[in-house]
Design a protein around this ligand. Structure first.
Ligand SMILES: Nc1ncnc2c1ncn2[C@@H]1O[C@H](COP(=O)(O)OP(=O)(O)O)[C@@H](O)[C@H]1O
Ligand SMILES: [Mg+2]
Length: 432
């Protein structure tokens, strides 16, 4: 399976007899899993068995992941066809933007409808010099609006226009213009004219997380910076999952869809696959839909059953956590066969008490980093549990990451204490 995006058409939402987990169970389950694992740190035998169970499940995951249902290939491997984007709403910046364009632009349902002329002007006629990205959806340009605001202009390539694109493009614009969060790339507006589909979003200046992990952009991110990024992403997804009007599933959480600011704050981009979650008020537990996502990050249960829930994002997030601490891509075909599936490889290392050797070689090796690495891997492995019921909610992931960050700070502080008390003693010895 190549590491390309898999896209297909939306399916229908339907009811099922599956018992949906209540919010209570959701918060209990991850709690108990995490505390069980935390406790297991104290007991190597219980730790081994917890990990064995997880390892066994993970083996199942990978088997499932790479043996998709027969009819899935046709429906899922796609044509880069339906990309939509997302966005978010009406913060002060956006209001200013909207006001400054109100006189000339048609304003629809809270987002700006741009004209082609404005887009040509903003991008110097889609100049190659302004190209900042290329993806399944098309080409991304850095644009400057009349008021000086920098934006990213995502222009769909013509080959992606099919019968569904117009409908999906619009429905996505309508869904996503409502959401707004610091850790989501802000949506400013769009253009839909004849065969042009363009999305205008906040310009995020510091490249993708993947570029940083590859070391081709900026300095190497240290472990605390990576934990902060994980927390930002967890917040963004939690917000989407808990969005009150109607929860939203992103469906394409991965390192190349995480953009970084100059201060290494993360913003989740590319809502091309996002869709509404099941309507729990009407008793539905999941949305049945054909599979979209990216190989390596795809929830095997969704892949097998076509049942989409918020837990599919949790699965992808778990894979992202492994990526953050190992620095490796989820599928690394250039490696030895036993190391190609990064999560499986990292879990094996963890199980053998050798998690440290799975750590990104660019990260500093010290006791604090090793401990934090293990905690993050533990969380990652719960997130990628083969069955969605065993995975924590995104909110719970954020909470666990907060506690990991707190641990990190305390451990670093105690390191500093012991170092400074050592140096104090040293001083007093030399003074004597
Ligand atoms: N808002 C943005 N700010 C800066 N660069 C962006 C922005 N959006 C996208 N890019 C660049 O363009 C690439 C493709 O964008 P993405 O939104 O992921 O589109 P696709 O749907 O084609 O995958 C990203 O990996 C990134 O390098
Ligand atoms: Mg993308």
């Amino acid at each position: 399976m190549s590491n390309r995006s898999i896209r297909s058409l939306h399916g229908r939402q339907h009811r099922s007899s599956d018992a949906r987990m209540t919010p209570e169970t959701l918060s209990r389950t991850p709690n108990s899993v995490y505390s069980a694992i935390s406790t297991s740190r104290r007991s190597s035998s219980s730790r081994q068995s917890a990990v064995k169970v997880a390892a066994k499940s993970l083996a199942g995951v990978f088997i499932a992941c790479f043996t998709p249902p027969e009819n899935e290939a046709t429906s899922s491997v796609s044509s880069d066809a339906q990309r939509r984007v997302n966005k978010n709403g009406c913060d002060p910046t956006r209001s200013v933007l909207v006001k400054s364009y109100n006189s000339t632009l048609e304003r629809e349902t809270g987002s700006i409808r741009f004209t082609l002329e404005q887009m040509y002007k903003a991008t110097d006629n889609f100049s190659p010099a302004r190209k900042i990205g290329q993806g399944g959806f098309g080409t991304v340009f850095k644009g400057t609006l009349d008021n000086g605001m920098l934006v990213a202009v995502k222009r769909a390539k013509k080959s992606v226009y099919d019968m569904n694109l117009g409908v999906e493009f619009q429905s996505e614009v309508q869904i996503l213009e409502k959401v707004e969060h610091l850790n989501l790339v802000r949506f400013y507006g769009y253009l839909e004219e004849e065969d042009e589909r363009i999305l205008v979003v906040e310009y995020v200046p510091n490249g993708t997380l993947r570029e940083h992990l590859d070391g081709i952009r900026g300095d190497i991110l240290d472990l605390p910076a990576r934990v902060d990024i994980a927390i930002d992403v967890a917040h963004a997804i939690t917000y989407l999952h808990m969005y009150t009007d109607h929860p939203i599933i992103h469906r394409d959480i991965k390192s190349s869809n995480i953009l970084l600011t100059e201060n290494h704050r993360a913003k989740v981009a590319d809502f091309g696959f996002a869709r509404l979650a099941a309507d729990t008020d009407s008793g539905a537990t999941h949305v049945s839909t054909q599979v979209k996502g990216t190989a390596g990050y795809l929830d095997p249960e969704y892949l097998k059953t076509y049942q989409l829930t918020e837990k599919s994002d949790v699965y992808s997030f778990g894979i992202l956590l492994v990526e953050l601490v190992t620095g490796r891509r989820p599928i690394d075909t250039k490696r030895d066969p036993r190391e190609r599936l990064t999560a499986k490889w990292a879990m094996r290392k963890f199980k053998n008490g050798d998690a440290g050797s799975a750590m990104d070689p660019r990260l500093e090796r010290n006791a604090t980093n090793s401990l934090i690495l293990e905690k993050i891997l533990e969380l990652a492995f719960i997130c990628i549990a083969p069955q969605r019921q065993s995975r924590p909610s995104m909110r719970r992931c954020a909470e666990i990451l907060w506690s990991i960050r707190k641990d990190y700070k305390e451990l670093s502080a105690s390191d500093i204490d012991s170092i400074s008390s050592l140096s104090e003693r040293h001083n007093s010895i030399t003074e004597e």
